[in-house]
Design a protein around this ligand. Structure first.
Ligand code: TPP
Length: 617
């Protein structure tokens, strides 16, 4: 039988249909990286996910790290020792890794080091819309920005190559529409990965103590000026076409500008920018010659526009410049937004294509927890435990599937700010709102990512709170990546499994316990105990442990399903109103269970006052 070849390991010169993130992974292995590390986050996760799938075959080191800072530092060290490396994260992940990011520009590297930031305009699955090209300006690190999956592969390679040439880290800024687009990608040849390095003792190069860093800053500023010059010469920055209008387009803005100009039948000069930071000044000077108006097209913030205005100001060139004023900076860029701006500048009429009208009444479908989700059971038990004690806790929430606990009927996520923010904010509320217990609710992956330091802070400073870790034995929200609590590594190997409860005990939490959320009575009992500890001024950590129901389904662990005996059911709808399980649907006054959706958790059976649910084992 022919050996199955992973789609990113195709032969050179063949064309393969790849996801943008897979194309980035391919670009990295074409370059011959030896190390890659990341913490998952949409829309970046498939980069390391894909590399992990081929790591054993290629003999490269790939890992899911506990958080982005850890991933960054690991890949950075590889590049310090001469091994080309990549780290990838969603935009907010770079906030977590920003400390070493800033220093990496000072020290530089010894081999290619590419930091992939996948930004999420429109916040499809993020808490903000930050444009990480700012980090490039802030940290003196050049940013490459592809316009499609093919370019994502090529710029990954180029970024590593330039990084190695200038001994400086580079950022690749992708966005959702590049990372998650699928397109034909022509493959290049694979280099043998460079997997082992050397690290001679050179603290003057790698230790940013003030005396060293002051010298490094001088060299950094010199290098930065040099980069702004040399980036003008790469083929991915170029002037195309001609006309009195100059469209300066970066990243996906280039693809949309080409389409918009075609639709409007407008001839314009295009300055295609693939290195928005630093903006190649020589090329800008060449591109603006003889034009009357400039339109800058870029996704999210006016970073190219701002630099362009600076460059033209310094060169004493006066041209009408538009960009953010006509296109805006909120949400995703679209062909329509670009076309409208061009039409306005050219005095043309533009009416966007009419949306196809569909006359189907579709009920609104807010996102819900999956059927059988253990988080639902935990929320239910926590609500009853609070009720039993007559308290109305502050629920500091966190980021994960359980963020859906913000919705009715649970309404048990009063704050959702950033990963680890549940315990972090609980530290504050515990000292300011004294008449309500504080319950910090976070997931297992989030606990390892950013929960441990604020938990230690709570113990150290005696901040009473209940820390409730919803341990579904995976990082469910981003696609089931393993984490230290699972003990399995990204390459599918057995690592060391780390117990959340053991960490809590070791740090001195007053009361630590584990319960199964599917056992409602026991769960309520344990939660009541935990809340009592908090009300007495202590700190409790409870782990609600039960495998994610979707993962259980995939692993073939679902053994039984429930049905409702309509003769017994009294139609009180308690199950519907208090659980909101998608498997329970209201028929003619009485509910019934959609068998194909039921995961057999049995929570509804436990709360039904007339025991109408029947196990169909
Ligand atoms: C700094 C940062 N990195 C990554 C993410 C993406 N992300 C959101 S939730 C989450 C982890 C969810 O896992 P867990 O806490 O175990 O909860 P679950 O979804 O399994 O319930 C991740 C990685 C993010 N929002 N912020």
């Amino acid at each position: 039988m022919a050996k199955h070849v992973h789609r990113i390991l195709g032969e050179s010169s063949t064309t393969v249909f790849l996801l943008g993130n897979e194309a980035i992974a391919r670009g990295a292995i074409e370059y011959g990286i030896g190390v890659a590390a990341a913490y998952p986050g949409t829309p970046s996760s498939e980069i390391i996910g894909t590399l992990a799938e081929v790591a054993n075959e290629l003999g490269i080191y790939v890992e899911w790290s506990t958080n982005e800072k850890t991933a960054f530092e690991l890949a950075y060290a590889a590049a310090m020792s001469g091994v080309p490396s990549l780290t990838a994260m969603k935009h907010v992940g770079l906030n977590v890794a920003s400390d070493p990011l800033m220093s990496s520009a000072y020290t530089g590297v010894k081999a290619g080091f590419l930091i992939v930031s996948a930004d999420d305009p429109y916040m499809h699955s993020s808490q903000n819309e930050q444009d990480n090209r700012w980090y490039g300006l802030h940290a003196y690190i050049p940013v490459l920005e592809p316009s499609n999956p093919q370019e994502a592969k090529e710029l990954t390679y180029l970024g590593l190559e330039l990084s190695e040439k200038f001994l400086h880290p580079f950022i690749l800024r992708s966005v959702t529409r590049v990372s998650h687009a699928r397109a034909p990608v022509k493959l290049g040849s694979l280099r043998t990965p460079r997997v082992s390095g050397l690290f001679p003792r050179e603290p003057e190069r790698w230790a940013v103590i003030p005396a060293h860093a002051r010298k490094m800053k001088v060299e950094l500023v010199r290098k930065w000026r040099e980069l702004a010059e040399v980036l003008a010469d790469i083929q991915y920055n170029r002037v195309e076409g001609d006309g009195k209008l100059l469209v300066v387009a970066s990243g996906v803005g280039y693809a949309y500008s080409r389409d918009a100009l075609k639709l409007l039948k407008v001839n314009a000069r295009i300055l295609k920018i693939s290195t928005p930071v630093p903006l190649p000044n020589k090329l800008v000077a060449k591109a603006v010659e003889g034009v009357e108006k400039i339109l800058v097209v870029e996704e999210t913030d006016p970073i190219v526009e701002m630099q362009l205005k600076n460059i033209l100001f310094d060169m004493d060139i006066h041209v009408e410049i538009h960009g953010e004023d006509l296109i805006g900076r909120i949400g995703e860029l679209t062909i329509d937004r670009v076309a409208q701006a061009i039409a306005k500048l050219c005095g043309l009429e533009w009416s966007p294509p009419k949306p196809i009208e569909i006359h189907i009444e579709i009920p609104p479908r807010p996102p819900v927890l999956c059927p059988g989700c253990p988080h639902r059971a935990t929320f239910y038990a926590l609500k009853l435990a609070s009720r039993k004690l007559g308290v109305d806790p502050i629920y500091t929430g966190d980021i994960g599937c359980y963020s859906l606990g913000i919705a009715p009927p649970y309404r048990m996520q009063d704050t959702i700010i950033n990963m680890g923010g549940s315990i972090g904010l609980a530290n504050g509320f515990s000292h300011t709102v004294r008449d309500r217990p504080v319950v910090a609710i976070l997931g297992d992956s989030t606990f390892f990512h950013a929960g441990i330091a604020p938990m230690i802070n709570a113990v150290y400073n005696r901040s009473p709170m209940l820390i409730l870790v919803l341990d579904n034995e995976t990082t469910a929200m981003t696609g089931f990546q393993p984490h230290p609590g699972t003990g399995i590594t990204a390459r599918g190997l057995q690592g060391r499994k780390i117990g959340i409860e053991e960490i809590a005990k070791a740090t001195g939490v007053d009361y630590v316990n584990v319960f199964d959320p599917y056992d409602i009575t026991k769960a309520i009992e344990t939660l009541v105990k935990g809340l009592r500890i908090v009300m007495d001024g202590g700190i409790a950590l409870l782990v609600s442990r039960r495998i994610c129901s979707l993962l259980a389904l995939r692993l073939g662990l679902i053994k039984s399903r429930y049905t409702i005996d309509s003769n017994k059911c009294i139609g009180c709808l308690l199950c519907v109103k208090s659980l909101a399980c998608p498997a329970i649907v209201v028929g003619d006054a009485k509910p019934y269970i959609v068998e194909s959706l039921c995961r057999g958790c049995g929570v509804c059976a436990q709360i039904c006052p007339v025991k109408a649910m029947v196990n169909k084992e």
